[in-house]
Design a protein around this ligand. Sequence first.
Ligand code: PLP
Length: 356
Amino acid sequence: MIIKDIISKEIMEQSGYSPSEPAAAIRMDANENPFTLPSSLKKKLFQRMSEIELNRYPEAGAPKLRAKFAGYYGVDKDMVMLGNGSDELIQVLCMAMKGKVNGILVPAPTFVMYRIIGVNAGNKIVEVPLDKDFDLDIDAMCAPISPVFPSLIFLSCPNSPTGNLFSIEKIEALAKNTPGLVVIDEAYADFSGQTLIGLIKKYDNIVFLKTLSKLGLASMRLGFLIGNPEIVAQLDKVRLPYNINCLSQITADFFLDNRQEFLSQLGRIIDNREKLFFRMKEIDKIMPYPSSANFIFFSCAFDSDRIYEKLVEAGIIIKNLNSGLTRNCMRVTVGTPEENEAFLNALKSAVSEQGE
Ligand SMILES: Cc1ncc(COP(=O)(O)O)c(C=O)c1O
């Protein structure tokens, strides 16, 4: 067997996404919520889980949950679809697109999975650099829309890794200009104090992605797609029948019943983000950018690989983005106050060593 004769060229050429970086005591690379649930609540959740009938399939399509989350997001139940994380919903979108010839348009830099999943599903990817403020370059984004429009435009809002919101006027201009689908990924919207979900009433070609991963439930893999019911009905055919396992279904229901507890952690993360940002600003040769998410994007005045290695030696993992448009840039997830302090100390000493 010759692998290259059976595996597609696009997949052979990829290095693959590997979230499993070296084991470290402090992980600040994956934009998770650093706080766990109080043990009394955990007990309640595990109690509910103990009632699962392990020999039975989960409820296909999770209709009751769809209805409950539709209420939570303020939309009709046939506008919601659940995914095994929003990653699965990105995959569903990329798989469903007609002929896949028109490709996928994304700003750059942005969430890497749009490109990886898009290519794996056989799509062409067009990347357009953001402007100097990390906002959409609307003229450059509109250029690949004509004469052949992309099937999908992915906009992470707030954007990862840069942490900023795109301007609403530019998002609307894109939606008006393209006959394709504009996907607004609000994975981090809870940290920004803004959701654009209202746009769903105005544009039938906008769909939204949401996730519980950033709110404290990353282990449970729960994502949501919200959009026009005709599109949702078609996308739902691509989804695997039992994509949300029983544990995740119970947890999603539990989230809604206890949402105040989860949401109260957000306020703490936002406070800690602001403190971390100001402390990072005080470090020479480090330039943090304001963030509307649960992480901070920053650039270094020297090779960020060296900083990364020093942080790893100190037992801290953050995201090193050192290539192309994000040369010498890094992204750190807001951790607990103790984790943030450990990161700041390690960063300061890594920076001071560069000058020696
Ligand atoms: C912008 C963005 N969208 C989607 C996801 C995927 O989230 P999920 O855990 O729901 O698959 C992430 C994960 O980091 C992300 O950063």
